[in-house]
Structures are given as C-alpha cells and as structure tokens.
Design a protein around this ligand. Structure first.
Ligand code: FAD
Length: 407
C-alpha cells in the first residue's frame, strides 16, 4: 500500500507524521532524513544546548519508541535523491525506491556559504545542525575571542551564549542595524543595548572579508572590509539560510527562493506539498504575496494543515505567524509580520525592559513585538487571527484591556 512519504525528517516532517496519526490516518508514513539523527529541534542549538544547559538527547522531538509505536518509518542518514512524478515514486541515496500517494517536501534550509579567503579554516563554523552546535560548544568551553559575522537571530543568540560562557565577543554586521529583515529598528536597538551591557562589541556597516590562519593552519584572526583585524579562535558565520529546493527543481516544480506552493501548500503537482523553511506560500499576512518563513510555528502549523488536507479537510492556510528569540535572558516574541509597517506605538515600559511595539500599515495592525511581555504576545496573536478595531491610539493606551478586542 502506498502512503505518505516525507523528504526531510526535521521539525515539519515530524509534526506532519504526528498530526496524521492524531487525525486517524492509518496508512504508511515514511520520513526520509539525510541527517543521522531522529527528528530533533533546532532552537536550543543556539540557546540552552550551546550553553551546556541541555543534554543532547533532550533535543529529540520524540523518543525512538514513539515512532515505532505509531508505525512511522523514520529512515535516518538517507537522502531523497530524485522524484519520479509520473510514477509517484522517489529514489533514495541507498538505492531504494519508494512509491507515494502523497509526497511532502520538508527539506528545510541550509546556511548560506560565504566564499571569502580562509572560509574553510578550522575554527570557522556555521550553525544549523546538531553536529554544528556540538562542534561550536566544544570550542566555547575554553574562553577565547569569538567573532560572529551577521547580527541575525542565530548569530545574536550564539553571541549571547558565548559571552555568558566568558568569551570575548565581537559581532560584525554589514547593515547599520541588527535583525534587519524582521524586527523594527527600535526593538533591534534595544536588544543590541542588552548585548553591549554584557560587553559584546558591535561593528555595524562592516563585513568579514577574510580569515587569517596561524602557523598551524587554524583560524587566528579575521579581516574586515574597513581594514580592521580582529583576533579570534572562533568565527561563526551567520549569513542567513537558503531553502533546499534542488530536489523540487530537478523534478520540474517551480522554485524561486523556496518551493512555490499555493494557498493549500500544494506545489504545481497536486500530489506534492511543501512545508516549513523550504516552502514559499501566499500569506494573508503579506497581502497575499508569497513569503518564506523560518520558524517553528510555520513548520508546525503548515504540517498540521497538510495533515488535515491528506485526511480530507478543506480551507486555506491562514495561521498567524509568530516567532521567539532569547538573548541574554531577554525574551522577544513577534506575532504577525512587521515588514512594511508605516506606524508603530509602544505599550509598557521601555525603561524597565518590558514593552511591546504594535506595528500598523494603513491603520491596520500587522505585527507586534513583545519584549518580556508574554501576555501582549498572546493577545496580539488573537487580534491578528481575525477582524478587530484596535487602532494605534487604543494599542498605546495602558488603561485599555486589549483582550476585550479579540475577535
Ligand atoms: P529543518 O528542521 O531544517 O528540517 C529539514 C530536514 O530535511 C533537515 O534535517 C535536512 O537535512 C533534511 N533534508 C533536506 N533535504 C533532504 C533530502 N533530499 N533528503 C532527506 N533529507 C533532507 N525558530 C523559532 O521559531 N524560534 C527559535 O528560537 C529558533 N531558533 C533557531 C535556532 C537555530 C540554531 C536554527 C538553525 C533554527 C532556529 N529556528 C527557530 C528555526 C527553526 O528551527 C526552523 O524554522 C525549523 O527547524 C524548520 O523546520 P523544517 O522541518 O522546515 O526544516
């Protein structure tokens, strides 16, 4: 009997299998993952696990017995190498073929590789997988000079951990600000201030252009575009990620910064869906434009939605996007998408480090950033899920209980 085959065995793939069984799907489910691990979660890789506060086994999303008990075949260390759409089958790197009734592409993303001189020296790292995190964790145990190239979420989280472990940290960022794509300048600057208070040095408007070896061929320093030479034993390159689309592209499916899917998360072939970091989908939170989101929420909600579709439920995908990051104990939660906002108001106390930024576009609430205000975050998710009358004036008024405005 042919069933559901998933290319990838990460966050989205695992949730798809869990949701299918929860919804009573009893056919075969096979997850094919090219990493050697059972499905695990990535967020702790730049937080608790990197800091040494979490054992590696705790990263696993479910124990091996969970998959066995539910009859989910999880094959690790094996890649899907080709899709035969006419035969509805996939080829695997171990030489086998597998037929599918429905194929789900959950291939995630991979770190963008920068091609500067010295980029392959020992001591130059990227952070995406469990193996990457294990290697970085080992270096950070002995305090040293660390350079983080790129002030995105992963780079900043790792910078905070490195700092906490006693390393001297410098963050080099090409733009004039941190977390450029997805956070308001106001909140980003607040987070950077927190890093600075802990002693991290920031060099905005600069970029690492080469890595310099010591006589043993290990990383000794990096040079930047501005001519600075920064001594370091570890360089973490956080230059963002690229969606893993090669498999889909080779099968003739449209891709453009992600595997293109419709509002039901189906590719151009209705027997194939794409979910999670690899998928670019039309979002009502971006006025119907296609977006690609890199978050646990996106992976989990899209997996649930596709599981619903496989067992016959309808509707279009419209989950509220949300995200969180933790840096130096500061918890930033984001609901909605703040890109494109034309007005923002704050709620709470910036001085006390507990506030939210409500972002509006054309008078409509589009996103809310909450710094150590988890209740605001939950209310924001509720507001963004439907119609409401919250204006900037209402959002800024501390006397108003926003819960009353939830649809
Ligand atoms: P992945 O989890 O990347 O899984 C895809 C899997 O498919 C990978 O194992 C990949 O190797 C495998 N694969 C690819 N191609 C093939 C193939 N052809 N055959 C077989 N297997 C294949 N999100 C948050 O919301 N909050 C956070 O705080 C947060 N922190 C993060 C910290 C780090 C260090 C990282 C790396 C990510 C973080 N994220 C966070 C993002 C979140 O983890 C991702 O959005 C999520 O893992 C995406 O799930 P996915 O299943 O789409 O992709």
């Amino acid at each position: 009997m042919t069933g559901v085959v998933v290319a990838g065995a990460g966050q989205a793939a695992a949730q798809l299998a869990i949701s299918l069984r929860q919804r009573g799907y009893s056919g075969p489910i096979t997850l094919i993952g090219d990493e050697e691990h059972l499905p695990y979660e990535r967020p702790p890789l730049s937080k608790e696990y990197l800091a040494g506060d979490l054992a590696e086994e705790s990263l696993q999303l479910r124990p091996a017995t969970f998959w066995l008990d539910r009859g989910v075949d999880v094959r690790t260390g094996v890649a899907v190498t080709a899709i035969d759409r006419a035969r509805r089958s996939v080829e695997l790197s171990d030489g086998r073929c597998l037929s599918y009734r429905h194929l789900v592409l959950a291939t995630g993303a991979e770190p963008r590789r920068l091609d500067f001189p010295g980029a392959t020296l020992a001591g130059v790292h990227m952070l995406r997988t469990r193996n990457d995190a294990r290697a970085i964790r080992a270096v950070l145990r002995t305090p040293c000079d660390v350079v983080v190239s790129g002030a995105g979420f992963v780079g900043l989280e790792a910078a905070a951990v490195a700092c906490r472990l006693g390393n001297r940290v410098t963050v080099v960022e090409r733009l004039e600000r941190a977390m450029g794509r997805v956070v308001t300048r106001f909140t980003a600057d607040h987070v950077v201030d927190q890093h600075r208070r802990h002693g991290t040095d920031f060099r905005f408007g600069d970029a690492v252009v080469s890595a310099v070896p010591d006589p043993q061929g290990r990383l000794a320093a990096v040079r930047t575009a501005s001519g600075a030479e920064l001594r370091c034993r570890l360089l973490l390159v956080g230059a963002g990620v690229s969606p893993r689309t090669a498999l889909a592209e080779a099968a003739g499916l449209p891709v453009d910064d992600g595997i293109l899917v419709d509002e039901r998360l189906r590719t151009a072939d209705p027997a194939i869906s794409a979910i999670g970091d690899c998928a670019r989908f039309p979002s009502p939170f971006a006025d119907g434009w296609r977006v690609r989101l890199e978050s646990v929420q996106n992976a989990v909600d899209q997996a649930r939605y596709v599981a619903d579709g496989i067992v016959g439920a309808g509707g279009v995908y419209a989950a509220v996007p949300w995200f969180w990051t933790v840096q130096h104990g500061l918890r930033l939660q984001i609901a909605g998408l703040v890109q494109g906002h034309d007005m923002a108001v704050t709620r709470g106390s910036v001085a006390d480090g507990a506030f939210s930024v409500f972002c509006f576009a054309g008078g409509r609430l589009v996103g809310v950033e909450s710094v150590d205000r988890p209740a605001d975050h939950m209310v924001a998710r509720g507001l963004l899920a439907g119609e409401h009358d919250v204006t900037p004036e209402i959002a800024a008024d501390p006397a108003v209980d926003l819960k009353a405005y939830r649809p």
